[in-house]
Structures are given as structure tokens and as C-alpha cells.
Ligand binder design. Sequence first.
Ligand code: F0G
Length: 351
Amino acid sequence: THQWRGIIEEYRDRLPVSDTTPVVTLREGGTPLVPAQVLSERTGCEVHLKVEGANPTGSFKDRGMTMAISKAKEEGAQAVICASTGNTSASAAAYAVRAGMVSAVLVPQGKIALGKMGQALVHGAKILQVDGNFDDCLTLARALSEQYPVALVNSVNPVRIEGQKTAAFEIVDFLGDAPDIHVLPVGNAGNITAYWRGYREYAADAVSTRTPRMWGFQAAGSAPLVRGEVVKDPATIATAIRIGNPASWDYAIQARDESGGFIDEVTDRQILSAYRLLASQEGVFVEPASAASVAGLLKAAEQGKVDPGQRIVCTVTGNGLKDPDWAVAGAPQPLTVPVDATAAAERLGLA
Ligand code: F0G
């Protein structure tokens, strides 16, 4: 019997590893590409969801983290550090455990989802809540990695991007060619950089015949790439992408321009509406930030920017269980019944 071996073993010849690199893996990648029926109907296109919440720690970060931690171990690091809005810290903490390393994570105080905090805690990370936003956390993490013996595993570490590009490989391998359009949520802009690299690499080597247009969506209160300037005090309910000064800014603009795509914004209301649609009509439970890609596709469709008949992939980046508050908020309280079939049937509207 065969199981998916993780992105390093599956794509070894396309990653900067050697025979002596210790592979630290939780068998990440190999995530489902799920046809989205309702989104396809609404747009007149063939829409697929790349469900990255199916990764071992529940987000796409694991693709980059298996690379970052393996390379850090190869270089003899005993401790790693990252700034995070939550998912990177959960992933770093888990992979550090596998590698026998200490992990330190810097998170913006009060602005990370409970599930992610729980992951970092249970994996034994040293957590500091910083009195500042993600951008401040990243500045601090960079400074610490320069001054102390601790390896930085944020996406400013180039091997993170290398690992994350494998998601584009999987899509082409599965569909037989690149899609027409690829849609992503954008925060620190590492992932849009990584997908574009992956698509370009496959096209350059003639594994695919073309590259997709890259469409990125930021939350309206945290949309520096749309505004063209740093956002000092970013705001959005999608805490994962609450970032005002993306580290991979120039690469994101390059991905947008080289691919003939665009980067736009979606409101928190549009994000939550897409979040509910995905859960209630596609059966896919994602965290709010992940729904920004789908919210963006729907916005573009309403604006008449989506020609029918195209093949579109939306990456949904993280699992809904990370941040369940939004699922519960505003939903009706379940009714309580006695142990009685008649009463239960009545409440269920069966009788
Ligand atoms: N979606 C989710 C669920 C994320 O956690 C992130 C980033 C993004 C989208 C945006 O990806 O930064 O590559 O543009 N989360 C980082 C973190 C910042 O710390 O977990 P990006």
C-alpha cells in the first residue's frame, strides 16, 4: 500500500534538498482539489477548491515548514523563531517537535484565533504576545534571528517559498495543465509568490503548456497592496491576513503583473458571506481568511470580470476549526430535548 510521503519526497528533484538533508515531515501536501458545484454554477466556470486546511496542522504553512525546519536542522540549528498571525506558529511548533528543536513564536496580542494559540501551546512553543501587530512581530523576529542563535522560519526564509510552490505542482499534476485563473487570499504575500514560482517552473520545463492569471485578495482594512502604501493599523476579522506591510510585497506585484492578474480587496462582510457559503453549500469548512479567495471570485464575477467556461482554482488556506467562533456567532442555539423520540421528532420537524 502507498501513502503520500510529504512534499519533500514527492517533489525532491524540484526542491533545494540533498541526500544528506534530514527530512522533517508530517506527510504534508497531497491535499484535495475539490470541485465546487455552487461556485461553478454561479460563475459559469469550472471552479475547484484546493483545500489546504487538510494539511497536518490545518493550513498551507506545513508545505513551507517541512522545508524550513529540515534545512534548519541540516544547518545545525537548535531553535527556530517566527512571527505569526497564528498558522505559521502552529506549524513551526509542530515541526520543531518532530525535529527535536525549541520553537519561539511572536504573535500580536489578542489577535490570533484560539485554535492556533492552542496548537502552539500544546506543541510546547515558547510564546510571546507582542504589544503590536504582525508587522511589529516580524520586525522583532528578524532582529532576534540576527542577534541570537535562532533560525527564522517566516516566509522571508526562501526555502519556505520553495516548499509552498508544490501546491501549484499538485494542481497541474492533477488537472493535466495549469488553470486559467488561480485565486488566493493575500496577507504577507508569501503564498502568491510561491504559487507563481511553482506555475512558472512547470511551464518553463513544459510540464504545463501555460501559466494562470493570479488573482489575489486582501481584506479591505488590511490592503496595502491595493492601496499602494503600508497600512499602519490593519483591521479585519480575518486575523490570519491582518497585515499592513507584506514582506513579499515586490514578489506579489511581480506575480500579478507577469501573470496578467490583479490584486483587489474584499470587505469583512463579503469574507463572512463566502465563509458561510463554503460551509453551507460546498461542505467545506475554512477559516475566515481562507474565504477571501472565494469572496474575491464572487466579487469579480459580479463585476463581470469572469468570462464563463474558464477553469479556476481557489486556494482555501486554513481549516475552519482553527477559528470556530465565527461558525457559532449568529447561529441559532441548538434546542434541548428530553430522551423522547416524539419530542425529538417534533423539534426536528419530522412529525
Ligand atoms: N490564509 C491563512 C489561513 C493564513 O494563515 C495566511 C497567512 C494567509 C492566508 C496569507 O498568506 O501571508 O502567504 O499571503 N498567515 C501567516 C501566519 C501570516 O503567520 O500564519 P500569505
